[in-house]
Design a protein around this ligand. Sequence first.
Ligand code: BG6
Length: 487
Amino acid sequence: MNEIIKPQACNFIIFGIKGDLSKRKLLPALYYLEKKKNIHNDTNIIGISRSKCNIKDNINIIKKSLLNFLEEKINNEVWLKFSARFKFYNLDVYNNNNFIKLKKINLKNKNIIYYFATPPSTFSYICEGLGKNKMNTKNTRIIIEKPLGENLKSYNYINKILLKYFKETQIYRIDHYLGKEIILNLLALRFSNILFFSNWNNNIIDSVQITIFEQIGIEGRTEYFNKTGQTRDMVQNHLLQILTIIAMAPPSNLNSNNISIEKIKILRSLRRIDYKNINENTVLGQYTSGVINNNNVPSYLEEICINNKSNTETFVVIKANIDNWQWFGVPFYLRTGKRIKKKIAEIVIYFKNLPFNLFNKFNKKLLQNKIIIRLYPNEGIEIKIFNKLSGLNNNYKLRSTKLNFNFYEKKNIHKCNAYELLILEAMLGNQSLFVSGNEIKESWKWIDLIINSWKKKKIKPIIYKSGTWGPKESDILIQKDGRKWNK
Ligand code: BG6
């Protein structure tokens, strides 16, 4: 039996307890941690919202969220223990004096975690409220959600306020992709197997594809998404984080600072994409109506209720190059979109062709070896290799075989959701699965240049039908390099 990890007791304070993020992600994650006995008996969960409501109604809201978003039935025993942890406060974060109420409850437990599950526009007010009331003592941590700014300038502004009241070691910037089991396994795969470790460079790797496709549209987040677009929503954070984990050199240990140093080196080595090379390195798209899983779905413009034009992209391809000794010449193709035919999230590492085909009498061409790291569906790793067809008459006819490693083959294994893991890590005070301020800064620098170049060159998204694989220009971009997308 594995030992149960139990962090110290804390007051876990959620600003925005009635918001979408809390309902969909945080409350189910906390419930699962309760079920697995990962929460200390003396930990309180304190929900903050603007509107006043009695405790019974608030508890009902929590229960309803679990009923809607848990992947299983609520267990009565767990619920009794879980619901008893809650306290609720109504507080207007725009008024500093209101924070005094919170100060009283904070005295009971030494450690305090503030989760900002509110829009970024409130972050500075919450920080000031906490700071001015001296509630930012060294035993406090804050967890904040993306989007952190919409460009480098606005990010710097947010970061400056955070750093005015909290030290970097107290700030936990969440990117929920870093809590996904398979992404953690990527580190294990790379740095615990000499097989991969010694082959992880431009001598034998040809190219890398990182794809995150979703069937959903913008899910009612009209105002947010129309300002943000797919590049800021997905590439600046999730895809670039995955890229850094694939490409970084081994850190000297698993300490958060050392991991971050290696990731930053990769971000700084990304080749600039500017107005001169933007056309050959990027494709933008926006979905129109179509059919997904036999259902008609509306166009992006219909979803955001705009009849005329919006140039916001819902699909993007970026060909990234890393100019360092290890990766020079290996393109990283980043691709993400909404309302795509299938939900797929995968990383595909293509290896180079062998310089000579010993079996050419029987096989005209040897295909490339590849490793597919699947985030969705069926989290797992697949390695494509070649072997000989068995039988007397087959000589050296080869076939491609999959070595398939599925993480959840055994039924009834509860998949640890990313938020569960990340909240537990924050309770333990371990920052290594969170993103440092400097990583975000470097990501914005690279993305800003791309977005500004689209503007400068007046590049508009190409319309694609919902339920397809995106605009055909995405295929053309990669075909020009003599490659194609993994199917
Ligand atoms: C979020 C984006 O960060 O990630 C959403 O804001 C996106 O637009 C979501 O749908 C995808 O996450 P996952 O875990 O479902 O792949």
